[in-house]
Design a protein around this ligand. Structure first.
Ligand SMILES: Cc1cc2nc3c(=O)[nH]c(=O)nc-3n(C[C@H](O)[C@H](O)[C@H](O)COP(=O)(O)O)c2cc1C
Length: 176
């Protein structure tokens, strides 16, 4: 699939087919996520593939933003010690977060090309997700990406709010 078609087709999917996602496809999404850049080439990014149904159910319980029946998820998270050691506070508080967004979007676009759907999820309990997934305090979870096969008869995606696609030319405020 052409990359622009994949970008155009990506939407937050909140209704999925009732079937699991193959492990090798989830690993391909993890690969796509890891292809995103990292600030200063610092190896702070971690990706967790989550496809165990009981674990997904536990996550759903501590994640008000996990609104779907997605059978799988990818967690993009950061080793804060590696980020701080490599790039100081800029790495820990800024670059790694930017990178996690890039990693999640890479996976989301790749998912479209593979016939999968995703939904970024940030509305969850940080304490809860650490507990469920055995993540130590020296890591920060950044984005959870719900993954599954989009239901064919799902509701239409929400319309984008006005004002979210403003592009200026050369100077702030100069509209195209
Ligand atoms: C950082 C971030 C956090 C988000 N958290 C959630 C969430 O917790 N639950 C959810 O259903 N959608 C979540 N979304 C999805 C947005 O609601 C969605 O992307 C937005 O409404 C635009 O719709 P679209 O993705 O279909 O274009 C999140 C998106 C981003 C970028």
């Amino acid at each position: 699939m052409n990359v622009f078609d994949a970008i155009r087709k990506r939407v937050a999917v909140r209704h999925y087919e009732d079937k699991p996602v193959e492990r090798d496809k989830l690993l391909q999404l993890a690969w796509a996520a890891h292809k995103a850049p990292t600030g200063g080439n610092t190896p702070y990014r971690r990706v967790m593939v989550i496809d165990d149904p009981d674990t997904i159910d536990m996550i759903r319980k501590i994640a008000p933003g996990f609104l779907s029946n997605a059978p799988a998820a990818l967690l993009i998270y950061t080793d804060l010690e590696v980020a701080e050691h490599g790039l100081g506070r800029l790495g820990r508080d800024v670059c790694s977060l930017i990178d996690s967004g890039a990693a999640a979007e890479n996976a989301a676009i790749a998912a479209v090309a593979m016939g999968l759907g995703t939904c970024f999820t940030k509305s969850y309990s940080e304490v809860g997700i650490r507990k469920v997934l055995d993540i130590p305090d020296t890591f920060r979870t950044d984005v959870l990406l719900q993954v599954g096969y989009p239901a064919k008869d799902r509701p239409k995606p929400l319309k984008r709010r006005e004002g979210g696609s403003i592009t200026y030319l050369n100077r702030h405020g100069v509209e195209l």
